[in-house]
Design a protein around this ligand. Sequence first.
Ligand code: G3I
Length: 338
Amino acid sequence: SANGLHEYYSGYFPIGVAVSPRALEDSAQSALILREFNSMTPENVMKAGPIHPSPNQYNWGPADAVSYYAKENDLKLRGHALVWHQQYPGWFFKDENGDQISKDTLYARMKSHITEVVNRYKDVIYAWDVVNEAVSDNSDFVYRQESPYYQIAGEEYLAKAFEFAHAADPQAKLFYNDYNAARPEKVDRIYTLVKKLKDAGVPIHGVGIQGHWSIFEPSEKDLRYAIDKYASLGLDVQITELDVSIYPWEKERRAMKPGESDEFTNELEEKQLKQYDMFFRVFRDYKETLTGVTFWNISDQYTWLDTYPVEGRKNYPLLFDQELKPKKAYYKVTSFDQ
Ligand code: G3I
């Protein structure tokens, strides 16, 4: 019988987890990772800001630690993220006078950054989130307007990013990755963007549905719609950053008000369990399509939702509790006929 999520799901897809080097050094968390997961994504350390702090300086140490751990322990590794409008180094879009760089300089910098980073980890990373979150949340626009990449180069930067990554590692599966990627109206815009790239012959191989979801969304219908739509492009589909918040999206993103509680009540646990159950039932139905399901963080002991974008409200979005013990939802998603 199976012991560990990835064993239950061995006939389906790899089960991944977002990690920091610090979590890997912690013996309890490391033991949990090795028991439950067979894939990892570095949560922050391979992003441009942390890994490339100044033009001629790369901070390889933390990223090397994650890649070494993956190799030593035979875990798959997803790279995250080459081109993003957040967590980029301050110098990246500016010249020595502090003015915005030209498109040509941007491409030269993207090329050099992508080539260095992809090259260094090509023996262990099998898939990269090449462009992250380029689609606008505002339905008036396809592209995120405030992205410096977009402001400097327009939509063409997307194709360039994939081309540079493909040249650096022709074996790697290259993904477009985004959030709210199962809200039907945004699904359609992500689909349009990815289709355009694919039709133009850009080396893109997958769509990452981040999966920062909640007990309120998405519905089963919307989730199936999203997976079907991306799969219809003939690309890999992965769930890349799964967690199930106990708060609605808007509430999660504002400070707590007096009188509000952040207790994980039995009622909330029950709702979360039902949502996780539905998600994994759908994922299993799509085992021919989904090539990975990755959780964003290990346990409720640490989740990015506790600190970002507002601090002070505790969340409980994962399958393991603050003592690293499996929650009821864990037993639910692992009880099915294999
Ligand atoms: O490393 C610094 C530390 O030196 C400093 O003292 C501290 C004070 O604020 O900040 C630390 O950096 C923080 C970093 O996480 C590492 O902990 C940043 O402030 C904080 O903004 C950053 O948050 C990350 C967030 O991306 C940034 O947008 C989260 O950990 C990370 O989980 C989150 O991950 C993203 C995915 O990459 C893309 N999809 C959405 C997902 C969730 O937002």
